[in-house]
Design a protein. Sequence first.
Length: 281
Amino acid sequence: MPTAVAVTSADLALPAQDERTLPAVVLPDLDRQPLEQAVLSLHALVEQHGHVVVVYSRGAPAAVERRLHTVRSLLESDRIALFRPDLPPLAVAVLARQLRQLASCDLGPGVLASAGRLLTHYLHAGALLGSVARLDRVPVDLKAHARSWLPGSQFAVLAHPEPQLVRLGPGAALKGPEFATRLVHARGQLTSDWVTAGLAPAWNVQGVHEAPLPAESATWWGTGKVVEFCSHLSDLPVLYQLVASVRQSPCHWCGIQVIGDRCVFCSAAPPPAHDLPVPAG
């Protein structure tokens, strides 16, 4: 069975991008259900799929993260990877879908789970906001805070890869990707077509799709007056080539093949240089 990609709420499970995209496993209400039920659910998932990658947002309640770590500890399993990227909720949903696409390929579980960190570099995630008064994810100067109290003010914000904030008006623009992408957006309590009519053409995206706004977005952005967006790579061959071209190496602790400098399953970092074997000769 392919590695399972799980999310902590149904609104992080975006519709399949193509016929090969595997369905997401939704783990809802982890902080509300009995601990025994959560343990049994994840144990059954590991037994069925071999390995599980749980993708969740930094906007999720702290109780959800505590429950995930508790369950993994109780199961004493190194086959559960917890991935909490520093991205807005819609971008987390996009990243989870990319991993679901790759899960259908011949990638080992360690490489698939490690791919999440790699693919974040190719996401451009932000939002159109009606207020930045409570925004703490992107630096906001005093002038922008003052302007956010003016009726009708709107702000275009890029949270990743480089923070940007501009007040919406003639000539307002955000620096976008330098490669071909698609754009997904989600509307909150803000009525504006700037993302589709202004941002999308400026970024030369190859397609625009709408998704439901994740429930955690209002917490992440500090306001419900938001139109969230994320540009991303969508073609499976491109995603696969990006991941497959990176050097793989076995984790020195658990032995699973990974990419990057830290195992996503056992969390082992590379050993100190003086602990590495000395090449002969």
